[in-house]
Design a protein around this ligand. Structure first.
Ligand SMILES: *Cc1c(COP(=O)(O)O)cnc(C)c1O
Length: 381
């Protein structure tokens, strides 16, 4: 990584290290064994920038790209991503024509979805590539085992007309972040049963079978099948923190520059509600990021950042656009860089530490970093 290529921080930036993404993809590919890797870049690449991340993952060996929404998949295609893309959320009334014209694969877990996709195929003259979704116990999208034979029959009938091609059968695990949970084995058993039913119904053996998210890719070899679908681990965040970091490297460093530094007298109340009061005369630094940028208000008087060489707790309430830190008598100037979280290399908190402090998961923190924070990609090739 060439430091000189890093654009200067204006008020703040989310620095995304694509070399870390490459490292994580290689590590996941090792865990995947012979299974293909689908890099999940929904929600703007978990807040990291979907297009540069997708490009990096494909260059690092990911065979496919996964998104939640059809619109996300379309944006990737229009940005020049040529790898196969699957979008798995499909809502009634959605017109998948644009997706089919861009060779985007879709998921169907109900009869109406097959019908809507087939109608779009007829309108566009394309054959829709469809992954049939079975609900093995997550109780989110997909056909339950009871409804599965009817879904298969319908899909096969529509396939015979040439409107769709069944290219995958898939499901999603509810408890993969606790590998010891017996629910995982139960879901895999239901998945195997669904695959046997599909085989008997005459679905060709060439379909891609997939169920594993990051946690399953790293901890449940039996869940690999033909393809794995890691998301969070690509970004270097552990999908099962109680089981360690798996050698993943966090890609995002969130930095900002102090917008104000000033002395205040003992007894000064800080920010809304004066929930922090300076015990003695001190220096306050203002960080120009707030809850509108994804710095959760629950982090008031709780989260730490690295500023002027030390960890400092957020002082007082997080506002919409800024928060304060108490610098004591340490020297600091407006424009000094503050690291909110990162890989931890410089003593800064990690996203995992923030998640633990907030009682949430890292997924929520990185996906909430707002649109006002520029994403700067470094370590690209
Ligand atoms: C988000 C998502 C993934 C990736 O999950 P991670 O826990 O981030 O690895 C995989 N599959 C589906 C269906 C998802 O919604």
């Amino acid at each position: 990584m060439d430091v000189l290529t890093v654009p200067p921080v204006t008020h703040a930036q989310a620095r995304v290290d694509l070399a870390a993404v490459r490292h994580n993809v290689s590590l996941l590919a090792e865990h995947a064994g012979g299974a293909e890797l689908m890099a999940v870049v929904k929600a703007d690449g978990y807040g990291h920038g979907a297009v540069p991340v997708a490009r990096t993952c494909v260059a690092a060996g990911a065979a496919r790209i996964g998104t939640a929404l059809v619109t996300e998949a379309i944006a990737l295609r229009d940005a020049g991503i040529t790898a196969p893309i699957l979008a798995w959320i499909f809502t009634p009334g959605e017109r998948p024509d644009e997706a089919l014209r861009r060779d985007i694969e879709l998921s169907a877990g109900a009869l109406w979805a097959i019908d809507e996709i087939a109608a779009a195929a007829r309108r566009t003259g394309r054959t829709a590539k469809v992954h049939l979704k079975v609900d093995t116990g997550m109780s989110r999208a997909g056909a339950t085992l009871d409804d599965w034979p009817a879904l298969l029959q319908h899909a096969l009938a529509v396939q015979a007309e040439g409107s769709i091609e069944i290219t995958g059968i898939w499901s999603h695990l509810a408890c993969a972040d606790t590998p010891e949970n017996p629910v995982n084995e139960r879901q895999l058993a239901v998945f195997d049963q669904a695959l046997r039913i599909a085989d008997k119904a005459g679905v060709s053996s060439g379909v891609i079978r997939h169920i594993a998210n990051s946690a399953a890719t790293l901890t449940l070899p039996a869940a690999r099948y033909d393809m794995v679908r890691p998301g969070i681990a690509i970004y270097g965040l552990s999908p099962a923190p109680r089981h360690g970091d798996f050698g993943l490297r966090p890609a995002m460093t969130l930095v900002a520059r102090l917008s104000s530094v000033k002395r205040v007298a003992a007894g000064a109340g800080v920010s809304y509600g004066h929930t922090y009061v300076a015990e003695r005369a001190t220096t306050l630094g203002i960080v120009p990021l707030g809850y509108a940028d994804g710095i959760m208000r629950a982090g008031s008087n709780r989260l730490e950042v690295l500023a002027a060489g030390r960890r400092r707790r957020i002082a007082g309430r997080v506002c919409m656009d800024q928060f304060a830190i108490d610098l004591g008598d340490d020297p600091a100037e407006p424009g000094d860089e503050v690291i909110l979280f990162g890989p931890g290399d410089h003593g800064e908190p990690t996203c995992q530490e923030w998640a633990d402090q907030l009682g949430t998961i890292t997924y929520e923190i990185v996906t909430k970093i707002g649109g006002r924070v520029p994403r700067i990609h470094i370590g690209g090739r």
